[in-house]
Design a binder for this molecule. Structure first.
Ligand code: NAD
Ligand code: IPM
Ligand code: MN
Length: 353
C-alpha cells in the first residue's frame, strides 16, 4: 500500500461543494488501487479571514508544504463585500501558494467529448493542453500606485519575465509536446510587448533544437482567441505567459462544454514542494449554496493529482469515468448527483476489470 498525505483546502463558495465530490471519487479510486490518502483539511478563505483576520499564516503554509500534494476548491468572497480588500485572498492565499511552492507549470488540459454541450456547433476533436507559466509575468505584484488619490495618480503592474523562469516552463512544454502530438504553439503578444516577447521567442527558438520532432508555431494572443473558437482542434500544447494563460483557459473551458469541466494542476516539476490541483473556475458566488455546481473540474483535478503522484492507472480510471459521464449527460443534475455518478462509474470500472 502506497500512502500519501494530502492537504485539502475546500475554500469558499462552490469550493467545498465540488471538493466533497472530488474526495468522494478519490476515496473510491484509492480503494481500488491500494493507495491511501491521509487528508488534512485546511480552513482558509474569505469566511476564515472575516472571522479571524488570517489569510495564510506562515505556520499553516509550512504545514501545508509538508504534504505530498494539495487539493484546492476555490477561494473568493462575495463580490463587493467591503470587508474584503480587492485581491487579498487571491494574492495572499492562492498566488502565495503558487509562488512559494514554485508552481511554475500551470497545466490546464482541454478535451471535448462526444455529446458534450459545447457552445461551438462543431468543435471537432479538441485535445490540447495549456502550459501557463505560474510564477512570473504580471502576477508578481511588481507595481504600485504613485501620487495615489490625486488627479495625477499613476498605477503600474510590471510584468516580470526572467530567462530562468521562461526557459524552465518552455522546456517543460516542449517535453509535453514531444510526448503528445508534437506540436507546440507559443502564444504571446510580441508585436506590442516587445521586451518580454523577445525573451520568450528567443528561448523557444533556443530550446527547439533539443526537441527536433516538435513543430513550433506562434500566435499573438488576440488571434489565438479566434482560433480557439474557430478551430480549437489545431492546438496540441500551448505555452504562454501567466496572464494570457489565465484568460485563454477560461475560454478553453467554455468551448469544451463549460468551465465546470476544466481541471488544472499547479505543478512544481522539480518536486521541491508539493504541487497543487484545483479546478480552473473560482468560487462562483452566483451559484454557491445551491448544490448545482459541476464538480467535474474538481474531480478531473484529482486525476491530474494521481498522475503527478505516480498512480496513472487510477488517474486514467477517473478520466474514463468522466468521459463516460459527460457522454451520457441529459438534463440538469445536482453537484452530488454528478459526483455520485462518476464515483459509481469508477466502482463499476473496477468491478469490470
Ligand atoms: P468563477 O469561475 O467563480 O465564475 C464564473 C462563472 O462560471 C459564473 O457564472 C459561475 O457560476 C460559473 N461557474 C464557475 N464554476 C462553475 C461550476 N463548477 N459549475 C457551473 N458553473 C460554474 O469566476 P468569477 O465569478 O470571476 O470569480 C469569483 C471569485 O472566485 C472571485 O473572487 C475570484 O477572484 C475567485 N476565483 C478563484 C479561483 C481559484 O480559487 N482558483 C479561480 C478563479 C476565480
Ligand atoms: C485562476 C484564477 C486566479 C488566477 C486568480 C483567482 C488569482 O483566475 O486560477 O485562473 O488568475 O490565476
Ligand atoms: Mn482564471
Amino acid at each position: 500500500t502506497r500512502s500519501f498525505s494530502l492537504a485539502v483546502i475546500p475554500g469558499d463558495g462552490i469550493g467545498p461543494e465540488v471538493i466533497s465530490e472530488a474526495t468522494r471519487v478519490l476515496d473510491e479510486v484509492a480503494r481500488a488501487h491500494d493507495v491511501t490518502f491521509r487528508q488534512t483539511p485546511y480552513v482558509l478563505g474569505a469566511e476564515h479571514y472575516l472571522e479571524t483576520g488570517e489569510v495564510l499564516p506562515d505556520e499553516t503554509l509550512a504545514e501545508i508544504r509538508g504534504h505530498d500534494a494539495i487539493l484546492l476548491g476555490a477561494i473568493g468572497g462575495k463580490p463587493g463585500d467591503p470587508r474584503l480588500p480587492a485581491g487579498l485572498l487571491e494574492r495572499s492565499l492562492l498566488l502565495r501558494l503558487r509562488f512559494e511552492l514554485d508552481h511554475y507549470v500551470n497545466l490546464r488540459p482541454t478535451k471535448t467529448y462526444s455529446q458534450v454541450d459545447s457552445p461551438l456547433r462543431n468543435p471537432g476533436d479538441v485535445d490540447f493542453v495549456v502550459v501557463r507559466e505560474g510564477t512570473e509575468g504580471p502576477y508578481v505584484g511588481n507595481g504600485g500606485r504613485f501620487r495615489a488619490d490625486t488627479p495625477h495618480e499613476v498605477a503600474t503592474e510590471v510584468s516580470l519575465n526572467t530567462a530562468f523562469g521562461v526557459e524552465r516552463v518552455v522546456r517543460d512544454a516542449f517535453a509535453r509536446a514531444q510526448a503528445r502530438r508534437k506540436k507546440l504553439t507559443l502564444v504571446h503578444k510580441t508585436n506590442v510587448l516587445v521586451h518580454s516577447g523577445n525573451l520568450w521567442s528567443r528561448i523557444v527558438a533556443a530550446v527547439a533544437p533539443e526537441f527536433p520532432d516538435v513543430t513550433v508555431d506562434y500566435l499573438h494572443v488576440d488571434a489565438a482567441t479566434i482560433f480557439m473558437v474557430t478551430d480549437p482542434a489545431r492546438f496540441d500544447v500551448i505555452v504562454t505567459d501567466n496572464l494570457f494563460g489565465d484568460i485563454l483557459t477560461d475560454l478553453a473551458g467554455a468551448i469544451s462544454g463549460g468551465i465546470g469541466l476544466a481541471a488544472s494542476g499547479n505543478i512544481n516539476p522539480d518536486r521541491t514542494a508539493p504541487s497543487m490541483f484545483e479546478p480552473v473556475h473560482g468560487s462562483a458566488p452566483d451559484i454557491a449554496g445551491q448544490g448545482i455546481a459541476d464538480p467535474t473540474a474538481a474531480i478531473g483535478s484529482v486525476a491530474l493529482l494521481l498522475d503527478h503522484l505516480g498512480v496513472p492507472e487510477a488517474a486514467a480510471q477517473i478520466d474514463r469515468a468522466i468521459a463516460a459521464d459527460i457522454s451520457a449527460r441529459t438534463g440538469k443534475r445536482t453537484t452530488k448527483e454528478v459526483g455520485e455518478a462518476i464515483a459509481a462509474r469508477v466502482a463499476g470500472d473496477v468491478a469490470g476489470e
